[in-house]
Design a protein around this ligand. Structure first.
Ligand SMILES: Nc1ncnc2c1ncn2[C@@H]1O[C@H](COP(=O)(O)OP(=O)(O)OP(=O)(O)O)[C@@H](O)[C@H]1O
Ligand SMILES: [Zn+2]
Ligand SMILES: [Zn+2]
Length: 805
């Protein structure tokens, strides 16, 4: 018996009791050899049994009362590694949140829903164990094993790879299995049987011959059918005679099975790529936990550098994580990774079913796949021996989670890099100001790739003043210049990409007679007119109503929708460019699995002349025949209630402009705007990231914004406005009393969306310079938030927020 495992330290999963300290439970004797840190257990807690995570063991406890025993084991193998347990601990402190929430964020969602577990034999299960544990069954339910008292034995067998555990969701599609057979007899015995058999059983003779050939190796029954015409009845007959046994073997549900990938070879690097590669590879070789900012213009070949760095990690016997802003939007990246690394890649894709996602995660955990690619949460990929961590488009806001735990993947990446002594690469054509500033201070090493790989210069960008168009009575959303350019491009047989900037933008419906705007009855936002479904919808709470016929206020019948959704622009394109084929890419057309890829294929195969999309089309696309990029409206994102509005606009315009002229043909970009003089547009026009950076830094300094000052946003929500405001004021007082030097407090003020989901929101913005100094007061607020929560007053603490609505 392992004395050091007398007590298990667990973090309980109880929403109303979130604390960061662990509870002690006694480990039953029969579990002491199989239980490990990172497994989930059930423990008695008050009158209930609750889920808990084992985070450590000890041979003594400080707890004065009676220490209860653990009630149930939930896993056959740890779901969290010691590294992830330590990470969750640090994250929760750093973000003023709770450990259990961090652990939940790290695990695949299948583990959070109702599922059942079964033990199934693997090919290496010994005959004896099969008889002992399975008898005639082909699987044993976990609960059944618990009842029979064989759970710990089966878990030990799982460690020995003799059985595996199948996770099945209550009512979802199951893991696919197929029938395999395992020969049970030696060659000599089989040969003897064969000699003794009558000649009238040719199928049996064939089966014996195959079994002798297999020499003990397991094989899929379907193979015998295909190759030897031996069908299940024959095999079952052999089973009855004790020659073999049939079992279910899982089939990989490979979600990318039908993805056509051409095998790709490493390209020989251009000098600028080589220099960047060498800098990172050196840090990898020296096992240095260093952050490198790879600042490469659009089309400079960042992807190839990533691929070769990942190869370098594999060559070192290590693993790698590649993060992308949103995996559904980057099918080209997945294709490239699959082409280069085939099955060594696990894709953690948000559009996978829970089961498929779980399978990919399992491959990483078991070491069957060594490269994890995916969005934000893939930073928690259960990989050992990380050799490199890469964040592509590191400036993207999707790397920050907007719900608890509000972590930033970049920060977690640096933590894991430090743990594994491996470098973190942040790649972007338009780095976030925070990262660029850290490079300036020498905290990050800056790597530059200023040239495009096609040896062409960046595309020429023209800015069109839409105010003049209106003066000339052109009421279309297409300026004359953009129309001419589109026609000329299409006449040359080239393609066009058009972006409709929808950040902070919607089509609202207004009464022409009285000016009434249709609003959501639950939230303080305008309803959005959806042309497809002929309805008005709220984007925040999903409220929906059919299109009204008259105004509820004045009964007038002149209703009109304003703004321009992609559908509306689509209609204008049909009017202005008859006979041209168009594909639309936005949230509505890409919701279904695979639809995004289909749209991109149409563009790649030149079945579409015009690609019309939201900011979705700005990222990562590489189509050599797209030579013209048009931005229909550059302005909307400039007016977000957010100090990063200019940065976002600059990034978006630079990224989308970067889609033009990536092949041998010269690119051209036309940006339409009502604010031609805005600096974000001016610097974007001149491809001047550094100029923008310097200008914007001055603005941030003057206004006390990031990266000079960091901020915490505290939100208070309640269905009663007065209560919400009262608590917000209390928090303000508490912050005032703490008197942390170098801080500034703004608010409470009503949030930009004052009534979201039937709640009133207030926010306080707290600007600070040094995390350590604010820790005590925010820890207090965090603990009080628990109490408020019980009264349905929801207090959120968002460290370094990325959005302000
Ligand atoms: N060493 C190389 N030799 C030949 N072609 C290359 C090489 N490296 C990259 N390319 C090609 O150059 C093009 C641009 O590269 P890539 O898409 O990686 O750019 P990027 O820096 O990621 O751009 P963006 O930021 O716009 O996504 C691609 O078509 C790629 O196949
Ligand atoms: Zn009206
Ligand atoms: Zn709503």
């Amino acid at each position: 018996m392992d004395a050091s495992k007398k007590y298990a330290q667990v973090i309980v999963d109880v929403p109303s009791l979130q604390v960061n300290h662990h509870f002690d439970y006694a480990v039953p004797k029969e579990w002491q050899d199989i239980i490990t840190v990172g497994m989930r257990v059930q423990v008695p807690f008050g009158v209930r049994q609750v889920l808990a995570y084992v985070v450590g063991f000890s041979d003594q406890t400080d707890f004065a009362g009676e220490v209860k025993p653990l009630a149930k084991l939930m896993d056959e193998a740890p779901v969290l590694t010691p590294e992830l347990i330590a990470l969750g601990n640090d994250m929760s402190r750093r973000l003023f949140t709770f450990q259990v929430l961090c652990y939940q964020a790290m695990l695949p969602s299948l583990l959070k829903v109702d599922y059942a577990k079964y033990f199934l034999p693997t090919a290496s299960l010994t005959f004896e164990n099969r008889q002992n544990y399975f008898a005639d069954e082909h699987e044993i339910a976990w609960q059944e094993a618990e009842k029979q008292g064989s759970l710990s034995d089966l878990i030990a067998l799982q460690k020995d790879d003799q059985v595996w555990v199948d996770y099945r969701m209550a009512d979802r599609k199951q893991r696919k299995t197929e029938k395999w057979l395992q020969p049970l007899l030696d060659y000599d015995v089989l040969a003897q049987i064969s000699r003794d058999m009558t000649r009238h059983a040719p199928k049996q003779q064939d089966l014996l011959a195959v079994l002798m050939d297999l020499d003990g190796q397991a094989i899929a029954c379907s193979y015998l059918r295909q190759e030897f015409d031996l069908k299940m009845p024959t095999i079952r007959a052999g089973e009855k005679k004790g020659w073999l046994t049939v079992f279910e073997q899982e089939i990989d549900r490979n979600p990318y099975a039908d993805l056509e990938t051409e095998k790709s070879q490493a390209k020989s690097l251009y000098p600028q790529q080589e220099a960047a590669y060498q800098a990172v590879a050196q840090a990898m070789d020296a096992q240095q936990a260093q952050t490198l900012l790879l600042q490469g213009v659009t089309g400079s070949g960042k992807t190839e550098v990533y691929l070769q760095l990942i190869q370098h990690a594999l060559d070192q016997g290590k693993t790698a994580i590649l993060l992308v802003p949103e995996i559904a939007l980057t099918p080209q990246m997945v294709t490239q990774l699959k082409g280069r690394f085939a099955d060594q890649v696990a894709v953690l894709h948000s559009q996978l079913s829970r089961g498929e996602h779980f399978d990919e995660w399992t491959k990483l955990k078991k070491g069957q796949a060594k490269i994890a690619v995916g969005a934000r949460s893939s930073i928690f990929a259960p990989l050992d021996k990380l050799g490199v961590i890469i964040l592509d488009e590191e400036h993207e806001t999707t790397y920050k989670q907007n719900t608890n735990p509000r972590y930033h993947a970049r920060q977690v990446a640096k933590w894991r890099g430090a743990y594994h002594n491996c470098p973190v690469v942040l790649g972007s054509a338009t780095p976030s100001l925070e990262s660029r500033a850290r490079a300036q201070n020498g905290l990050y090493q800056r790597l530059l790739m200023p040239e495009r790989t096609n040896q062409q210069s960046l595309p020429q960008i023209d800015i069109v003043d839409m105010r003049e168009e209106f003066q000339h009575k052109n009421y279309y959303q297409f300026s004359r210049q953009l129309r001419d350019a589109i026609n000329a491009t299409l006449d040359r047989g080239e393609q066009v990409a058009l972006m409709l900037n929808r950040r902070g933008f919607a089509n609202y419906m207004q009464c022409q007679d009285c000016g009434h705007v249709f609003q959501c009855p639950n939230c303080d936002v305008s309803l959005t007119h959806h042309y497809d479904s002929q309805s008005l919808q709220c984007h925040y709470c999903s409220y929906s109503q059919s299109l009204p016929q008259s105004c509820p206020k004045c009964r007038g019948k002149h209703l009109r929708s304003f703004g321009s959704g992609t559908e509306k622009v689509e209609q204008e394109i049909y009017d202005l460019f008859p006979g041209r084929t168009l594909v639309r890419m936005d949230n509505d057309t890409t919701r279904r699995k695979g639809s995004h890829q289909k749209i991109l294929d149409q563009v790649a195969n030149q079945e579409a002349d015009i690609l019309l999309g939201t900011q979705m089309i700005a990222k990562g696309l590489d189509f050599p025949n797209i030579t013209l990029v048009g931005v229909i409206n550059a302005d909307t994102s400039l007016y977000l209630p957010d100090f990063r509005a200019s940065e976002r606009t600059f990034q978006l315009l630079t990224q989308v402009a970067g889609r033009a002229g990536r092949g041998d043909l010269t690119g051209q970009v036309i940006i339409q705007t009502f604010n031609p003089d805005h600096y974000a547009l001016q610097f974007a026009q001149n491809h001047d990231y550094e100029g923008f950076y310097r200008w914007e830094m001055t603005y941030r300094k003057v206004n006390h914004y990031s990266p000079y000052y960091y901020s915490v946003r505290i939100t208070v929500a309640n269905f009663d406005e007065k209560t919400a405001l009262r608590v917000a004021n209390e928090i303000r007082q508490q912050l005032d009393q703490a008197q942390v030097p170098g801080t500034r407090i703004i608010g409470p003020s009503q949030s930009a969306l004052t009534r979201l989901k039937n709640n009133y929101y207030f926010q306080i913005l707290y600007q600070y310079r040094d995390w350590q100094s604010i820790q005590p007061v925010f820890d207090q607020i965090k603990d009080r938030a628990q109490e408020w929560d019980r009264d349905h007053i929801h207090v959120g603490i968002d460290l370094d927020p990325m959005t302000f609505i």
